[in-house]
Design a protein around this ligand. Structure first.
Ligand SMILES: Cc1cc2nc3c(=O)[nH]c(=O)nc-3n(C[C@H](O)[C@H](O)[C@H](O)COP(=O)(O)OP(=O)(O)OC[C@H]3O[C@@H](n4cnc5c(N)ncnc54)[C@H](O)[C@@H]3O)c2cc1C
Length: 402
């Protein structure tokens, strides 16, 4: 196979976004994918509002709008079953789009640029010579294949063996989430807002039950909990979901008569980007770089932002003909610039608000007092809460808004 400027491993949201922007910049790119699109991906299916500009920049916003269920607010409940809904400002909404559809639209947008693409190709390792990546090895049609490239972009999701090979893999049980999701019909009490339930101390810190509505009585329902917390419960994530249904009024109402329409599936997600994400001739994007946010476990905007920055550094490295570790360090700086303050505020919120139920109760009581009848985003509400009640002095922007 001919040598490329860039080879991208994985055609998910991170890889396809990188491919799209690289092709638009005129780079010679080959993207390889072990699966075949459309393919499913275990997810809550929530696409927060700050992803909209990224979708617009790829020309896919209107198409996703056709399939995405619009959620104009966020609802929080606590262990007293007190709850509050943050109704977003007029016209603002998050999407809930099944990943089978969402990822396929992003993938097709990348392919429309004319980028070279091979499916059913499983990358098995980064080819290295004297510590510098030369491309990748993989399996295609049952045969071992080598693809040479100046820059390798790892976008093959969490637990990437190639990220491990490059030393980009770090695990801390307090920052590894266990996520479980299923699709349910006949849910009672559902509205069109996204629901986060914090029903018991055992989910803390940062763990919750979610419902992402995808219809009037239908939702993607799931559990998020850190590995450290899950171990302490002595339960599985699935048992936690049924614990909520069987032991709480809200759980009974939502799930008591719910009917499963898509199997419960789980995944393990290292979060928080604490480790290196570049090496000689290699960078990593999205879940392959543990870019999941450490509070809610969202990762789609992060993977897309990383894809945009991967294209930027690839163009610069090609122009400078420099693919060394020290040149690619700039990629990490771009990511820190775009996502760093978001990670910091989420770290802070993990302890200041979502570390225990007492704080979540206080947030809900404060919200009832201050925000009833108002329209504001969850992020703005949180900002006002920590500034007034915690004396927070920093900037409270979300992970991806600048
Ligand atoms: C239960 C759960 C709920 C979640 N809920 C949300 C949510 O509501 N909102 C949100 O924003 N985020 C959510 N996330 C996180 C989100 O799913 C990820 O952050 C996002 O998918 C990352 O995209 P990616 O492109 O980096 O990786 P992926 O989407 O994992 O894509 C990686 C691609 O690489 C391919 N691949 C893997 N290995 C190889 C290989 N060796 N060779 C070639 N190809 C390979 C895979 O087939 C795949 O297509 C959730 C995650 C989980 C597990």
């Amino acid at each position: 196979m001919k040598k490329r400027q860039v080879v991208i491993v994985g055609a998910g949201v991170g890889g396809s976004t990188a491919a799209y922007h690289m092709a638009k910049a005129g780079l010679d790119v080959l993207m390889v994918e072990k699966d075949q699109f459309p393919r499913d991906k275990v997810c809550g299916d929530g696409q927060v509002q700050s992803i909209h500009p990224l979708l617009k920049s790829m020309g896919v916003f209107d198409e996703i709008s056709k399939y995405g269920y619009q959620c104009p607010g966020t609802y929080f409940s606590d262990d007293r079953e007190e709850h509050f809904t943050y109704n977003y400002p007029e016209g603002a909404f998050a999407f809930a789009t099944p990943r089978y559809i969402f990822d396929d639209i992003i993938n097709k947008a990348a392919l429309k640029t004319g980028v070279d693409y091979i499916e059913n190709f499983e990358a098995t390792e980064v080819m290295l010579r004297r510590g510098q990546a030369q491309g990748i090895r993989g399996i295609y049609n049952g045969k071992a294949v080598e693809i040479e490239a100046d820059l390798v972009v790892l976008a093959n999701g969490s637990h990437s063996m190639l990220s491990r090979q490059m030393g980009f893999f770090e695990e801390d049980p307090d920052y590894v989430f266990y996520g479980l999701r299923g699709y349910y019909e006949n849910i009672r009490g559902l509205t069109d807002v996204i629901e986060f339930h914090y029903p018991h101390e055992m989910f803390m810190p940062a763990g919750y039950i979610w419902l992402f509505p995808e219809g009037k009585t239908r939702a993607n329902v799931g559990v998020f909990i850190t590995e450290a917390s899950l171990q302490k419960t002595g339960m599985t994530s699935e048992e936690l979901l049924w614990w909520w249904r069987d032991n709480t009024k809200l759980g009974k109402e939502r799930m008591g008569e719910a009917v499963e329409i898509g199997k419960l599936k789980g995944w393990r997600l290292p979060s928080g980007k604490h480790q290196k994400i570049y090496a000689n001739g290699v960078i990593a994007v999205g879940d392959a770089a543990n870019m999941i946010e450490p509070l809610y476990g969202g990762g789609l905007p992060h993977a897309m932002i990383a894809g945009v920055n991967a294209a930027k550094i690839a163009a610069e490295a090609i122009a400078a003909n420099d693919f060394t570790d020290s040149f690619l360090q700039k990629y990490s700086e771009y990511i820190d610039n775009d996502l760093g303050s978001g990670y910091k505020i989420q770290e802070y919120l993990r302890t200041a608000v979502f570390g225990n139920l007492k704080d979540i109760r206080e947030l809900i009581d404060y919200s009832k007092e201050k925000f009833t009848g108002m329209r504001l985003s969850g992020g703005d509400a949180m900002g006002k809460f920590v500034i007034e009640k915690r004396g927070f002095k920093g900037v409270t922007k979300s992970a991806y808004s600048k």
